[in-house]
Each structure stands twice: as structure tokens, then as C-alpha cells.
Design a protein around this ligand. Structure first.
Ligand code: CAA
Length: 383
């Protein structure tokens, strides 16, 4: 594993950092309060190639690889985790179509997904009664007599669902086959019968929109099917392996922002006649925060590097996501503690970091599901 970034990776990091510092950071608090979806910012991110970092150039992507992707998401999340989740889900949907779609599907959708016309993409797997147990979904896809499918059901927790131009939607094509009866479809915004519910009133990531997605007899052509009928569960799982690197990167970015804000504050805030950074109680917290952030960052880059070098990375991605999300929450909590009463107000950004961090332990597989995956992989390796 190469620890120094290549020239190309360094360039992507510079691009992401410059944009994050100049455009995202100054308005992050306002977006959190107004809950305004960042349409303009996402347009600029599309122009910079950051909606398709690991997408082949042939389809309009930056083709910079999973390590560059992880590094870029860390930079964006350091400035605004709300914008970052829309970016990670779009990258995940684009990679998924590149991996599982045929040439015509890749040409038809990927460029528009990562290049601006669709704004962002959504990943519509979860349902009101199918969260961690992703294979138990109820949405049905019935074959139409003339070819194509009719989709009917309700999806839940759909990131960017109110603004996305393209949705990857999972549905059952075979009721008797359990997980092997799931299939994945691409559905474009504006397809009759497709609508988004009202945005959820969330604790954090308030600049991102999370909605129910209603599929009321949505008809799609046969070319909307990704892979073959029955491939859906495997498509979801492989996409989530990569998605978990994105969420781990998001957590590392939030943790970095919390550590930096705390270090700054500790040097400025004077108590007992000296900056609180001189107090060992504060130093111990900063030491833990820096240690956990670095551990999470290295685990995340290891998972990305395994993916980049074509090796199995399911285990590494779940380990990275588990450690990064859990430690990020602790780091943000300590950041509030270091800021004292001020940290509990909106005058400082650390309360937002704490709220934003919380969901990284839930979405794209809870910490408990990451442990399930890790245990299975470890036990399989031992046999
Ligand atoms: N890669 C490829 N195939 C995989 C796989 C992987 N990582 N994981 C499982 N599979 C395959 C298995 O090999 C198996 O194949 P066969 O049927 O051919 O044997 C099949 O899938 C079923 O696997 P399991 O027996 O492991 O399935 P399970 O139901 O016991 O458990 C689970 C699976 C890990 C719990 C899974 O349901 C899971 O990951 N749940 C969490 C769901 C999740 O992460 N949701 C996130 C929603 S999306 C989101 O949050 C995005 C957003 O907007 C932010």
C-alpha cells in the first residue's frame, strides 16, 4: 500500500480542498439551518469531476480510482457532510451502472448522472419494513406483456430523492426466490407514477434531503434492468462495499474538522490564566481524537487501496466504516466537551459535526451490520 498520494491523487485532493474551502465551508452552517438542497454546488462538483471520481473517462468520469475518491470525500466532508452524502451516493450509483450495466446503459445514463444534467443520483434499496434486512423488501416488479416492468412499492430514507434525476431501484421479480428474486432497475425522474414524499426532519445532515420514494405503477422498459433478473441483491451488496468506503471517508472528514476546530479553540480559550491547551485534561482528549482520526483514515485508505488493486475489500470496507463512524462520533462529542458551553450552541460548528456524525453509524449498514459482515468474513477466512 502506497501512503504518499500519486500526482493524480494529489491533484484531486487539491481540487476538492480548494472547492470545499472556498465554496462549501462558508455556507455549511447556513445550509444546515435553511435545509436548502445544494443544487448549484452539486453542479460545480459535477464540472470538477467529483461526482464520478472512480468512473472511467469513456463515460465522462475522472477515472482517478478509489483512493483518490476516498481522499476527495474526506476533503468535502471536512467542509460540509451534507453535500458530501449526495456526492458519495451519486458516485456509488454511477459506479454501479458502470459495473453492472451493459454498454448501452452506461452510455445512456452515466454521463448525465455525473456530468450535471441529472443533478445527483439516488440509491433506492431500503423500505419502511426492510432496513438492515435488505433482502426482505416488498416492492414488486411485474413483467409487462409487451416487455418491460411495472414497479409498485414504497422506498424509505432515500438520500437526495427529491432532487435526483436518476434512481437505482430494487424490486422483487420472483416472489418465491427470496434474496435471489431481487432485481435492480434504473428509473429516471419524471417517469409517471414516481414521486417523492416530504423531506424527513432529521437530526443532522440537514442540507441533504432524505425522502420516501413512491412507486405507483411505474412502467419501465426492459432496458431499465441492470444485470439479469435475480442479480439485485448481489448488485446492492457489491455497491455497498464501495459505498461504505465513501461513508468511512465522510466520517474521517467530519472528524478532521472537529479535531481542527478543537485544537484552534484550545489554543485561544483562556482559563486559569492560560490557554486550555496547556491543561492535561484537554491534551488527553486531543490526543485520543488525533489517534482515532488517523486510525480511521488509514483503515479507510487501506480499503480503498484494496479495491483499487483489484483485491477483495468487503472485510476492509466494513472495518473502515465501523471504526471511522464510531470514532467520529466520539471525536465530535469530545470536540463539544472541549468547547464547553459554547460547543453546545450554533455559534461554533462542533454541535453540527456531532449531529452530522451520528448517522454515519446507521446508514449504508449500521455498526451492528458491519460487525455481522466482519464476523462472517473473519470466520470464512479461518476455515
Ligand atoms: N458482495 C457480493 N455478494 C454478497 C456480498 C458482498 N459483499 N454480501 C452478500 N453477498 C451475497 C452472498 O454471497 C449470498 O449469495 P448466494 O445467495 O449466492 O449464496 C447472498 O448475497 C446473500 O448473502 P447473505 O446470506 O450474507 O445475506 P443476509 O441477508 O444474511 O445478510 C446483510 C446480508 C449483510 C445483513 C445485508 O442485508 C446488509 O448489508 N444489510 C444492510 C443494508 C444496508 O447497508 N442498507 C443501506 C441502505 S443504502 C444507504 O444507506 C444509502 C444512502 O442513501 C446513504
Amino acid at each position: 500500500m502506497q501512503l504518499d498520494p500519486t500526482d493524480e491523487q494529489a491533484m484531486i485532493v487539491r481540487t476538492a480542498r480548494e472547492f470545499a474551502t472556498r465554496v462549501l465551508a462558508p455556507r455549511a452552517a447556513a445550509r444546515d439551518q435553511s435545509e436548502q438542497f445544494p443544487v448549484e454546488e452539486l453542479g460545480e462538483l459535477a464540472r470538477l469531476g467529483l461526482l464520478g471520481v472512480n468512473v472511467p473517462a469513456a463515460y465522462g468520469g475522472a477515472q482517478a480510482g478509489p483512493v483518490a475518491y476516498a481522499l476527495a470525500m474526506m476533503e468535502l466532508a471536512r467542509a460540509d457532510a451534507s453535500v458530501t452524502v449526495a456526492v458519495t451516493v451519486t458516485n456509488m450509483a454511477a459506479e454501479l451502472i458502470c459495473q453492472w450495466g451493459n454498454e448501452a446503459q452506461r452510455e445512456r445514463w452515466v454521463g448525465k448522472l455525473i456530468g450535471g444534467p441529472y443533478v445527483v443520483g439516488s440509491f433506492a434499496l431500503s423500505e419502511p419494513h426492510a432496513g438492515s434486512d435488505a433482502g426482505s423488501l416488498h416492492t414488486l416488479a411485474t413483467r409487462l406483456p409487451g416487455g418491460g416492468y411495472r414497479l409498485r412499492g414504497t422506498k424509505q430514507w432515500i438520500t437526495s430523492g427529491s432532487h435526483a434525476g436518476l434512481f437505482v431501484v430494487w424490486a422483487k421479480t420472483d416472489l418465491a426466490a427470496g434474496q435471489r428474486g431481487l432485481s435492480a432497475f434504473v428509473v429516471e425522474k419524471g417517469t409517471p407514477g414516481l414521486s417523492a414524499g416530504k423531506p424527513e426532519d432529521k437530526m443532522g445532515l440537514r442540507g441533504s434531503s432524505t425522502v420516501q420514494l413512491l412507486l405507483d405503477d411505474v412502467e419501465v422498459g426492459p432496458d431499465a434492468l441492470l444485470g439479469r433478473e435475480g442479480d439485485g441483491f448481489r448488485i446492492a451488496m457489491t455497491a455497498l462495499d464501495g459505498g461504505r468506503i465513501g461513508i468511512a471517508s465522510q466520517a474521517v472528514g467530519i472528524a478532521t474538522a472537529a479535531l481542527e476546530a478543537s485544537t484552534r479553540y484550545a489554543k485561544e480559550r483562556v482559563q486559569f490564566g492560560a490557554p486550555i491547551a496547556n491543561l492535561q485534561a484537554i491534551q488527553l482528549m486531543l490526543a485520543d481524537m488525533a489517534t482515532w482520526r488517523d486510525a480511521a483514515r488509514l483503515l479507510t485508505l487501506r480499503a480503498a487501496w484494496l479495491k483499487e488493486s483489484g483485491q477483495s475489500y468487503t472485510l476492509a470496507a466494513s472495518i473502515a466504516k465501523l471504526v471511522a463512524s464510531e470514532k467520529c462520533s466520539k471525536i465530535c462529542d469530545m470536540a463539544v466537551q472541549i468547547h464547553g458551553g459554547y460547543g453546545y450552541t450554533r455559534e461554533f460548528p462542533v454541535e453540527r459535526y456531532l449531529r452530522d456524525a451520528r448517522v454515519t453509524r446507521i446508514y449504508e449498514g449500521t455498526s451492528e451490520i458491519q460487525r455481522v459482515v466482519i464476523a462472517r468474513e473473519v470466520l470464512r477466512d479461518m476455515t
